[in-house]
Design a protein around this ligand. Structure first.
Ligand code: HEM
Length: 428
């Protein structure tokens, strides 16, 4: 309940959403001096007092919300095709406005994701990534995942449009399609979607459907080092995999042998104690053999390279070893941040896959199994991209090779010290 004194108070003056200041705090002019276009803004500038807070770079002009955000341009960019065609009462199909707005919102978020990713790429492009920059990398990547969460969620807004509503204007869109989103392709290529694994689109290269200058930009990006390439190099440089005082790989291989030997012994013992039949015992031992084979595909470099040739692994052997070390010893202070980077790259991949599935489902619901406006098989094509267009799949596979903490080879004290923060407590 409000007190009387509070009820009698004058309403607080409106605050500027950009600066948080009221008009008088900002030294702003009267209503007549406020406007959205630059002429009116200039008038505002001429009435501003000497105390008016102005931002440098604005030539002494006070900043006005509407002009700062260039809302004249943004809010004047929703021209509906059905409106141009005079559909319905002449104003076009009601839902095409939503259709345009939602695509524009997506493109703005794509732009922000690119802004973040380009910075991360810049950091990883240096010959050495300094420890203090890891925080920035994590901050940028996390922002991407938060945006992606919104990208998935907002499909529900579009789903308030029914398939029948969509048909009111769909025919006017041919042959435009999200398939031609240049920023979406940029994101895929900056992250490092492997060109070899890309789905063909009606038998053609995906760039064949872009304007020539867009296609050139995208093809050029394909040639540059992607985040995948740079992270691979960064992992290969990880110093802790083989050091004079400790060879992680030898110790890890030994731990796997011990673990598998123990698994076999447990089965033998169970067979004796609980009277497993020969068949049951053989089946359980065979499953240990399968696990052993999985480990062998990682421990044996030749086997690993065979898998890479077949396209079952993508990242280099050296990078995979480092990623495994970081994952297994994630509790060591110096590995906290690298571990978070690996997690975030997987999150980004997972969110994109989730978006692809959600978009495919929405498309199925909206157009059934009709062809897309861009000419693809529609739902079937989109579902296939969700399965195939993954980038950091190798990091997901790491979980096949992790072992329980109790089997982890303990690190020698000097190695533990190197993985601790300066002056930190090394512990056991
Ligand atoms: C009624 C809503 C929508 C329908 C029916 C639809 C339909 C389709 C179809 C059929 C395709 C495959 C290419 C084609 O043949 O056209 C496609 C691709 C695509 N759409 Fe949509 N879409 C819708 C909304 C959206 C929205 C809101 C976005 C946000 C940007 C979007 C982004 C994309 C992208 C990026 C692709 C390319 C995917 C790839 O090649 O991996 N779509 N869409």
């Amino acid at each position: 309940m409000q007190s009387n004194a509070e009820e009698n108070k004058e309403p607080a003056p409106p605050r500027c959403p950009m600066t948080g200041m009221t008009r008088s705090e900002a030294g702003g002019g009267s209503d007549e001096t406020r406007g959205s276009d630059s002429t009116e803004e200039r008038k505002g500038a001429s009435t501003a007092s000497a105390e008016t807070p102005v931002l440098p770079g604005r030539g002494g002009k006070p900043v006005y919300y509407h002009s700062y955000l260039q809302l004249d341009k943004v809010l004047d960019a929703q021209q509906t095709m059905s409106g141009l065609a005079g559909v319905g009462d002449g104003k076009g199909a009601h839902d095409e406005h939503l259709f345009i707005v939602i695509h524009q919102v997506y493109e703005l978020w794509f732009k922000q994701i690119l802004h973040e990713l380009n910075d991360v790429v810049k950091i990883f492009s240096q010959p050495e990534v300094r420890d203090r920059q890891m925080g920035t990398v994590i901050h940028r990547l996390r922002r991407c995942t938060e945006i992606q969460r919104v990208l998935v969620d907002q499909l529900t807004v579009l789903e308030t449009m029914t398939p029948l509503d969509f048909l009111d204007f769909r025919d006017y869109l041919f042959p435009a399609s999200g398939f031609q989103s240049m920023q979406f392709r940029k994101i895929e290529n900056i992250l490092g979607l492997d060109p070899k694994s890309r789905m063909r689109y009606s038998g053609k290269h995906y760039c064949a459907y872009l304007k020539e200058d867009h296609a050139d930009t995208i093809k050029e990006l394909e040639k540059q080092s992607s985040l995948f390439d740079l992270v691979e190099k960064w992992l290969e440089r990880t110093p802790f995999v083989a050091m004079d005082e400790y060879n992680f790989w030898e110790n890890y291989s030994e731990a796997i042998k011990v673990m598998l030997r123990r698994d076999r012994e447990v089965i033998e013992k169970q067979a004796e104690d609980h009277g497993l039949s020969e068949e049951e015992k053989a089946a359980q031992l065979a499953s240990v053999d399968v696990t052993a084979k999985h480990y062998d595909s990682l421990l044996n470099e030749e086997e690993y390279e065979k898998l890479r040739k077949r396209g079952d692994r993508r990242i280099s052997f050296g990078a995979m070893k480092a990623a495994l070390l970081i994952t297994l010893y994630q509790d060591e202070p110096m590995l906290h941040l690298p571990f978070q980077v690996l997690q975030l790259l997987m999150d980004i991949d997972e969110y994109f896959t989730t978006w692809r599935y959600r978009h495919a489902l929405m498309v199925h619901r909206m157009i059934g199994i009709k062809l897309g406006t861009g000419g693809s098989s529609g739902y079937a094509y989109l579902r296939a991209t969700a399965q195939r267009h993954k980038i950091f799949g190798d990091f997901f596979n790491l979980s096949t090779f992790i072992i329980p903490r109790s089997f982890l080879p303990p690190l020698p004290k000097n190695m533990k010290r190197r993985l601790s923060f300066a002056g930190g407590n090394v512990g056991q």
